[in-house]
Design a protein around this ligand. Structure first.
Ligand SMILES: *Cc1c(COP(=O)(O)O)cnc(C)c1O
Length: 367
């Protein structure tokens, strides 16, 4: 946390705005709009809720198909299943680890030819790295399919100067406890289309029609953000630039430490890409490290009480999505096999970094 979160939270208590609406919610939405350049924003209870509402507003119905990046957190795909629709998974490409435009086009063509034209495309900016939006947008426009952009991990990342979350018809953010800034739990929906954001607010507050009594002509949800948590969000927005600097400095630290080792590869920023470096990730190729595998490193770190994790396990390999359509090759699968997420908390101390460095030097027999 920064210095001002408690000031905004105290204000909520002092003014008795302890509800899923109020001045902090309005203020947080304004902050998000200003920062991302999105014309409109709705603060919601989670990123998952933002995805769910997006798909509802795009008219996703049982039996429909929705395209989703395979290499991601399950929350990208689950809302498709909430609606009884079928997630169709797409492989990654090497440069960004995100949705492969070629596999996407193949999927759209195949599904459309079978009368199952996808209702939406969900690309993800994984670990803060912008996806190849130019190509993805051009495919989406050609086939007239809306994009719901999962920018849950990419607040502050940009592509050619434009912030992630503002490329799709709808974009989602997350402020869950593990994200670059947090409201403990929370999310937001971004869009240039004011009517969509107004509809999202309506659906997120139990779809109450304008009437003195409680009148409903739609199924509603309880998905709005609390004014108390939005106070945390307003304070967090003030430290976001600093958090991005800290995360990028952590990336540089690891790159300096490990970048020269044969078989270790970092995810570089392709031209035009700016990553918030939410997590520092690397690939380990045992054929070049003298047999040292991802699991060897993970376990050697764990033995010193240093937590690291494999990359997200692709959705097309998850038991819950067994048998779902998948387009592409084995890029995501190989990334999962070789990839490791390193400790990347903004609050990592110098002694903690040194402890990691010392262990890495042991693992790789460095001086
Ligand atoms: C965290 C995350 C979400 C979901 O956000 P919540 O606020 O936790 O519901 C969705 N997609 C990705 C890629 C995420 O990392």
């Amino acid at each position: 946390m920064g210095d001002t979160e408690q000031v905004f939270v105290k204000e909520a208590f002092d003014t008795n705005w302890v509800a899923p609406l109020g001045p902090n919610v309005d203020g947080f939405e304004r902050d998000l709009q200003e920062y991302t350049g999105s014309a409109h924003a709705a603060a919601l209870s989670s990123g998952t809720a933002a995805l769910h509402l997006s798909l509802i507003m795009l008219g996703v119905k049982p039996g429909d198909t929705v395209i989703c990046q395979s290499l991601t957190f399950s929350a990208s795909a689950n809302p498709i299943a909430y609606l009884g629709a079928v997630p169709v998974f797409i492989d990654s490409e090497h440069e960004t680890w995100n949705m492969c435009p070629d596999a996407l086009e193949q999927a759209v063509k195949d599904l459309t030819s079978k009368g199952k034209k996808p209702k939406a495309i969900i690309p993800v900016h994984l670990y803060g790295m912008p996806a190849r939006m130019d190509e993805i947008i051009s495919i989406a426009q050609h086939y007239d399919i809306p994009i719901v952009e999962d920018a849950a991990e990419a607040l502050g990342s940009s592509l050619n100067g434009r912030k992630c979350g503002t490329f799709g018809k709808l974009g989602i953010l997350s402020f869950n406890g593990n994200k670059i800034i947090t409201t403990s739990g929370g999310g937001a929906l971004l869009s240039a289309d004011e009517a969509l954001i107004q509809k999202a607010r309506f659906l997120a507050t139990q779809a109450r029609d304008p009437a003195p009594h409680y009148q409903h002509s739609h199924i509603g949800y309880n998905y709005r953000m609390s004014n108390v948590l939005a106070g945390i969000g307003r304070g967090q927005m003030q430290v976001l630039p600093q958090r991005i600097e800290q995360r990028r400095a952590i990336f540089s630290f690891y790159q300096e430490l490990l970048g020269g080792i044969p078989g270790i590869r970092f995810l570089n920023e392709p031209k035009g890409c700016f990553s918030n470096r939410w997590l520092t990730t690397l690939l380990i190729d045992p054929q070049m490290t003298g047999g040292i595998t991802r699991e060897d490193i993970r376990q050697a770190l764990e033995a010193r009480n240093i937590e690291s994790r494999p990359l997200w396990k692709p959705m097309h390999l998850q038991p819950v999505f067994e048998g779902n359509p998948y387009f592409g090759g084995q890029v995501a699968e190989k990334l999962f096999e070789k990839g490791l997420c390193l400790p990347s908390g903004s609050n990592m101390t110098a002694p903690e970094k040194e402890r990691i460095a010392e262990r890495m030097r042991q693992i790789f027999h460095l001086k």
